[in-house]
Design a binder for this molecule. Sequence first.
Ligand code: NDP
Length: 454
Amino acid sequence: MQIINPATEELIQEIGEDSPDVILKKYQQANIAQSAWVAVPLTERIACIERFYALLDEEKDQLAETLTQEVGKPIQQSYNELNGARKRIEYFIKNSAKWLAEEWITEEDATREKIVYEPLGVIANISAWNYPYLVGVNVFVPALIGGNGVLYKPSEYATLTGLHIQRLLYRAGIPQNVFQIIIGKGTAGQALLELPLNGYFFTGSYRTGKYIAEHTASKLVPVQLELGGKDPLYVMDDIESVDSVAEAALEGAVYNNGQSCCAVERIYVQEKVYDRFIEAFVDKAKKMVIGDPLKKTTEIGPLSRKEQIDFLKQQVADAEEKGGTVLLGGNIAGSRGYYFEPTVVVNTNHNMKLMTEESFGPVIGIQKVKDDREAVELMKDTPYGLTAAVYSKNFERAEAVMKQMDTGTVYWNCCDRVSAGLPWSGRKSSGLGATLSYQGIRAFVQPKAYHLRG
Ligand code: NDP
């Protein structure tokens, strides 16, 4: 397997993929190791994760550099990702004991009753490349704390980061066979589906997620899916500062080169503020610094995957054919690397792929709306259900919109954010189940009900 730097198109490293036999062996080892791991006291399991938390900080320069080199994320955003991952780990360290403790339901009656939370067993953590630390940590940290074994399949595009994660977990004291990386492409992920694992925790596209759910259904084990989105942002006519809302919306759209599951993917603007909003938005987008992702000043780096360039070009061409106007960008940027210009398209409508299909790049469609009713109708016109954002001075008005969204997350005067204390979940084609919060701790254990007499 070749690891290519998307900024230079140069080969970083060649790595052998795990064969199905190797994957089977890793599973067998994990199965044995997990029965010993569950017997390790919870405080010690948490102590390992505390050491991992410290190591992420100790090695942050090397980790950030590797991440930027293999996925093209601007270096400052790689540091942000590591910091964000540590915040999530901190949440799990502080809260796991509370949510994993046994619960007495009744201690006084003739039959005493309690709930004990036991691990699922050995689970698969099939992960995406866009935030390998963040989406990885959501799964393997609470899974390990809960006493599970983990077969961790990073995306082929984030393999080197996956190897760092494994190395640091081992240094932190997680026993080698309890956590094992599965190296390879989709076929390695496929091999995991053939094994009798006790849970499948997947982050990635709707297409692969649906396939995994279908393929593992007969096992009757937990399957959680964190999938894509087509997240809307609505700008009401009463916003205080057009300038700051345009800035926030732009950042939500292009952060991580637009490759975030909860990126702002389409914007609706009330007609009274529309012209001013477009002017401010385009003005700011023009000033974004595109370039070498290893430079601290770079805001837009290359896309992580080459094929995404053609996909974005087609979305823009389709929008133009159907009456859209490209105000900025629309093309490949530079002569080397997978760069795509920040792109703003207006005069959009929902016949365009740009407004209905996940773009996953620094490309945004903006549409004018008459009122809240029209905005709500358009925001809801999607098979996805990850997040939706509303900008307004008036909470009651914003709340009325948020209540109508069939999404796992809603934002008022903010967007594109995830918090460790809140459940992260997608509805409809955006996923199944939740990570983070107490729900994301309990997702990796199963309850056992004790009925005790005598
Ligand atoms: P993919 O669905 O392409 O891949 C996800 C993972 O599945 C990768 O590790 C991939 O391996 C693996 N895989 C591919 N085929 C199979 C298979 N047949 N069986 C088992 N595993 C398989 O998604 P991306 O990595 O491209 O991630 C981008 C998507 O993830 C976007 O849609 C984004 O919105 C979504 N996402 C959702 C998040 C959320 O929290 N809701 C967070 C982050 C991303 P390989 O890469 O090696 O082919």
